[in-house]
Write a protein that binds this ligand. Sequence first.
Ligand SMILES: Nc1ncnc2c1ncn2[C@@H]1O[C@H](COP(=O)(O)OP(=O)(O)OP(=O)(O)O)[C@@H](O)[C@H]1O
Ligand SMILES: [Mg+2]
Length: 158
Amino acid sequence: MIEFYCSDSKETEKVGRAIGIAAGEGDVICLGGDLGAGKTTLSRGIALAKGVNESEITSPTFAIMNVYQGSKTEIRHFDLYRLDRADELEDIGFAEYVGGTGLTIIEWADLFWEEMPEEYLQVDLANFGSGRKVTLVPHGGYYEMLCGKVEEIVNFRD
Ligand SMILES: Nc1ncnc2c1ncn2[C@@H]1O[C@H](COP(=O)(O)OP(=O)(O)OP(=O)(O)O)[C@@H](O)[C@H]1O
Ligand SMILES: [Mg+2]
């Protein structure tokens, strides 16, 4: 488990960029945290690091899923907030998208933890003073390694 304190949205985006630099094809990043905690901001950092155009990156709250083309990787950006039941995930073909090729980012994954794959990187965001606390919790050996890389990248860029 690794914690970062982000005093403003640029810093939240920076942690996202570090995750985007470290993460690759097939990786799954699950974001949890209250309304307005910074999930989309962090997702933007991930997508930017993958070479997605800034103007393409939006909150998928209404679309449920956005797809972005990065320079090498396709990015699928989910927001599960508006889903009520786990079987709605089936309707949108969630399981077919997650993992496999591309990089998957899931906002509001905490509403459906039991539907997430066996291994993933959990990112929890929480209000902390006027900023945010970002906690990375790896699930599985690969994601432990990924967390180590993210920590190195964030510290290197300080
Ligand atoms: N570290 C931070 N400190 C202060 N404000 C921040 C920080 N990170 C993000 N924000 C701001 O918080 C607001 C909400 O951010 P964002 O939309 O990313 O949250 P979210 O978790 O995706 O929200 P939602 O629950 O609606 O999906 C934005 O105005 C953003 O700039
Ligand atoms: Mg959001």
